[in-house]
Structures are given as C-alpha cells and as structure tokens.
Write a protein that binds this ligand. Structure first.
Ligand SMILES: [Zn+2]
Length: 369
C-alpha cells in the first residue's frame, strides 16, 4: 500500500483574519460569484466584513442562511442557491455542520471551497469529508471528496468570542487524534484517504496531543475572558489544523466509532461531537487496555478542560445494559473505524468497555471532588 498525506491547499489563521478573506482567495485564484453558507448569528456578525473584504478584489457574493443540520435536504437546498447565483466558489462560515455542508455542496458542483470556522469545536474544517446526519441529527454516513478545502481561514478574534464549551469540545475531538492515529499506524490500516500513514501525519498527531496538554487550560481561560493569547493561537491550530491533518492522514479508530454509536441515543443529541468523542476515547483506552497512568493523564486533562468523562455527563444517567447494547451495536457496525483496532471487536466487548469507562470516570470524579 502506498503512503498518502492530504491537507488543505492553504491554511491562514490569526486575529482579524476575516478581513483578509478577499486577498487570500485572490492569492489562490478563487473567483466570484461567491456563495456564503452561514448561520444567522454568523451572518449578522461577519457579513459587513465579508462585503468589505471581497469588495477589495471586486468579487460579488450571495449569502445563504444555513438550515441547522448537515443533511441531504440541506445540501440540496444550498446547491440550488449556488446554481441560482452561478457561484464559482463556495465559502462556509460557522461550526462543523455548516462547513460540512459547504464541502458537500462544492464537491457536488465541482467548485472550490473555503472553510472559515467560527468555532474551534472540531477537526472537520481541513478535511475532505463530511459527516451527514438525518434531519433528526442521527449519524448517517461519511461522504468523501476528491480534495481538501482550497483555503481554511481561521479568525482567532471570532473564536475568542465563541462559547468556551465549543473550544473544549474541539479539544475532545483533538484529544482522540493521537490515540486513534497510533492505533491505525500500529495496525498498518488504511487512513481516511486510502493509503498508509506517514511519519509526518503521526508526528503532527503527537504534536496535537502535546499542544493540548500544554495550552488547553490556558486557552479555555482565554476564551472565557474573550481574549486572544498565544496559548489560544496554538490551541486553535491544534484543534483545527493538527487534529485535522492527524486524523485524516493517519486514521480513526474506536473513539469516533463509539461517538457514532452514542448518536443513536436520543439523550446525547444536545452534546457536541467532541464531547462524545472524548468519552469515546476513554472507551477506546479501556478496550486497548492502556496503563492506568495513561488513562489517568487523559482523564485529568479532560476534567481540567471541562470535558465529559462519564455517561451521565453526555446525557445518559442511570443507564442499563439494555440502553448500552444498541449504542455498542452501532459502534461495532461493519465498516466502522472501530475495526481498525488490532483485535476482534464484538458489540459485547464494546458494551463492557463503555460501562467500564463510565465506572472509571465516576470513580475519578468521586476521588477528585
Ligand atoms: Zn471528530
């Protein structure tokens, strides 16, 4: 198998980066008309800056309000809007679901795509795939595209204004990257792009983990104070770029599959992707039988940055084995990334690991309360 590494064409990050959008697009030769896909709050906050920035390069644009879920129906609605304005570039601005929708629309229409995450809540912005949900928010499928975004532009001033819980969720997603990457590399399984991992991707995944440990707590504090600091800049880069490159070019394993299983339980729907991935990582570490020192280091970090470490903290209090079984079956479904683990996976094994991770998390809470 060949080794494959993928990344966005250009990654731009910094305070006030939104004002440079027009110039950054021009640098890459991205042309108008541009269709922006964004939620209402982001539109009211950034539309004036987009207009000013794109007017510098005389590019016209249309803004399409996002419907709230990255579903097949929403993708079709945005494609209609893109055709109506003869869009030649799609720009998604917002959280993971908005950006996933923008990439799906651009891929279907064969157009370049710019991703402007307004929160550092997941590692999706740099990737060449989307996670598609039903209208009700249940995980349905991954869609893979030919190429990564042409430009990922991150305005840390905007990130600093976002709810702190979203930054923490991004740390949950990024926390799993190194562990899932290591598992995939050890098993020599295919990464998300159909090749072997590279030393580069694995090193970036490890740097992601080290950056979280070093800067996570300070970055969370910065967002609570709504300020941009060097720790926040490094952490945003870890959540967005390092985690994105790490997972896509090294691969996913049990943590994300358990996340997908958890979405089958209605009570977890108000919790973010990264929050469920953080718990999924605990399950992965139990499955893999890591040392208690490694497990406790992850627990301590997760707790420090206010990530969930028990089932109750992702909406599943007083769970019974009967409630866990469908989650475990979904996590262990054929084709899931949990099968990248180097041993045979059964729903029973996963259900046991979920309950064990929960018990360890509860025990840790009791000891440290
Ligand atoms: Zn993820």
């Amino acid at each position: 198998m060949l080794s494959v590494f993928c990344s966005p064409t250009r990654y731009t990050q910094g305070r006030g980066a939104t004002a440079a959008l027009g110039r950054e697009m021009a640098t890459l030769g991205l042309e108008g008309p541009v269709l922006f896909i964004a939620g209402k709050t982001v539109i009211s906050r950034l539309a004036d800056t987009w207009a000013a920035s794109l007017s510098e390069t005389a590019v016209c644009h249309t803004v399409h309000p996002f419907g709230g879920e990255c579903s097949s129906r929403e993708i079709e609605r945005a494609k209609t809007a893109a055709r109506e304005c003869s869009a030649r570039t799609i720009v998604g601005a917002g959280g993971g679901k908005v950006l996933d929708t923008a990439r799906a629309v651009a891929a279907d229409l064969g157009l370049p795509v710019v991703n402007c995450p307004t929160v550092a809540s997941s590692d999706a912005p740099c990737s060449a795939l989307s996670v598609i949900y039903s209208e009700e928010g249940v995980f349905q499928e991954y869609r893979f595209y030919r190429k990564n975004p042409d430009l990922v532009l991150v305005d840390t001033q905007v990130i600093a204004q976002a709810p702190p819980r979203l930054l923490a969720a991004g740390m949950g997603d990024a926390l799993a990257t190194w562990f899932e990457a290591k598992t995939c590399v050890a098993g020599a399984v295919q990464n998300m792009r159909g090749g072997n991992s590279t030393c580069t991707a694995l090193a970036l995944a490890e740097l992601c983990y080290q950056t979280l440990l070093a800067d996570g707590a300070a970055a969370l504090q910065a967002v609570k104070t709504q300020v941009v600091t060097p720790a926040l800049e490094r952490l945003v880069e870890a959540n967005t770029l390092l985690s994105g490159l790490g997972f896509e070019s090294s691969g996913l394993a049990a943590a994300h599959a358990v996340h997908n299983g958890l979405t089958a339980a209605h009570d977890t729907h108000t919790y973010y992707h990264g929050e469920k991935v953080a718990f999924g990582l605990l399950v992965q570490l139990v499955l893999e039988g890591v040392s208690s020192a490694t497990f406790e280091k992850v627990l301590a970090f997760a707790s420090d940055v206010e990530l969930p470490i028990t089932l109750a903290e992702i909406g599943l209090s007083k769970v019974t084995r009967d409630q866990i079984d469908p989650i475990a079956r979904r996590a262990a479904a054929p084709g899931e990334t949990i099968h990248n683990e180097p041993f045979e996976i059964t729903p029973e094994l996963v259900a046991d690991a979920i309950l064990a991770a929960d018990a360890l998390g509860r025990g840790w809470r009791k000891q440290n309360s």
